[in-house]
Structures are given as structure tokens and as C-alpha cells.
Write a protein that binds this ligand. Sequence first.
Ligand code: DDQ
Ligand code: CA
Length: 262
Amino acid sequence: MPVRRALLRATGQAIALAAVLCGCAAAPDPGGVPVLRPEVLAEVPHDTAAFTQGFEFDGDALYEGTGLAGLSQLRELDPATGDVRRSVPVPDGMFGEGITVVDDRIWQLTWRDGVAIEWDKATFALRREVAVDGEGWGLCRDGDRLVRSDGTDRLRFHDPATFAETGSVAVTRDGAPVDELNELECVDGRVWANVWQSDEIVRIDPADGVVDAVVDATGLLPDDRRDGADVLNGIAHAGGDEYLLTGKLWPTAFRVRLDPPG
Ligand code: DDQ
Ligand code: CA
């Protein structure tokens, strides 16, 4: 191999290694999308019985929606301790999914029960159930619309007052569809999405569905603490570049910094 090419290759490997070691730099994947490594700042205990499906900050509260038929709840947590301040069961044994706060209400999806539930945020009283087509996976609020994932490669938009579907966009990474988008977080006009059964979070521009950054969260929950834990799922924006990440049945939630790419 010519010396110049060998040198270039060695330099590339060194940069990639440095990015992994310091956990801070954004290294491009082969297709050119920046790959971020989360920098862990702190840990907060997480209930290992919580099959996390929705995770979102609102003021001094952290809201969580949990899943599994018969075990699903809407919960308010103390963000400092992870303690459950209050909870309410999802009715009729339905399987709870993503949640998002809209002013004095909270929307919660169900997986295959065909409805979204509207809760009163102050009292946790159920206000109504609204019919939804397809499956419910993740949910977040992007300005004057809600964004829903449904297990496909599409993000669907909904009216935050009526939950009527208003449009959708297909999600692609380097031109290829990305499906099984799960828990969502809307931040500054972008949508962060867990990819089911992976340690990846993708950042999507909802205007065109293009993935413009990827978080590689491999090893976030170390192997020796994975006993009983299910997949990475749960992104709550804590402000600035900080996020709280957890997973289904995980013993902890990680406060991390995600340096914005470029
Ligand atoms: N979804 O959240 C990806 C939409 C559905 C997950 C369904 C997983 C059910 C498995 C139950 C296993 C119990 C530990
Ligand atoms: Ca979220």
C-alpha cells in the first residue's frame, strides 16, 4: 500500500479511536451522517418495573409512560431522585406507549388498542380517548403539532387539540428507510428517535425526514448492570445539550450531554 494511503488510513483510525475514547467528538459514519457518543454526566435511579415508552420533562416534573398490557401507567417522577410522585393506570388493560405534555393535558398513545388517551395534567383524570389509525409507539410535541411514530419508517403529524392526523413524512438515513422508530423527543425543530432494539438514536429533520445525526449509545448501560433490562428507550430533553436517557426496565437513567454536530 502506498505510504500516503497507509498514513491516511492510520490517521482516520486514530481519529475514530480518539472520538470513542473521549466520548465527545462527532465522527462521520461511512455515509457522512455525524455519529455522536453520549457523555455521561450523572445517573438517576429508574424503576426496574417501568417498561418505559414515553419520557419527557415539564417544568420541575419528569413524566413517564409505561407499557405492557395490564401494567401500563402514566407517572410523574421527581427528576432528582427518580421517585414516583403520582401514577395512574392506563384503563382497560391497554398497552401504554409514548406520551407528550400539551399545556394542561398529557397525551398517551396505546400500542395496538387504537386509541390515544388525553389526561388532565393537574389531576391525572382521564379526559377522553380518541381513535387513532395504526400503531402507537413514540410521541412528542413540535410547536403546533404532535409527532407520532408507529413502528414504520414514517413520522405522522397530529393536531394537539383533536389528535386528528394532519400529515406524515418518510424517514431516511443515507437514502435508506429507517423503520421501528420508537420513543421520540422534539427539540428545536428536530425529532430525536430511539430505533427499537438498537443502541442508536437518530436525529430527524421532520421537514424532509432526513436523519442528520446519530447517537451511538452502545455500552451506556454497562453489561454487568443489564440483568433484566430491555432495550434503550426514553429520551427527555433536560435543556441545552443535556438529555436524560433510559430504557425499558433499566435500573438507572443517565443524564448525558450530546454535542450538536457541525
Ligand atoms: N413497542 O414498544 C416497540 C411498540 C412494542 C414493544 C412490545 C414488547 C412486548 C414484549 C413483552 C415482553 C415482556 C418483558
Ligand atoms: Ca421523549
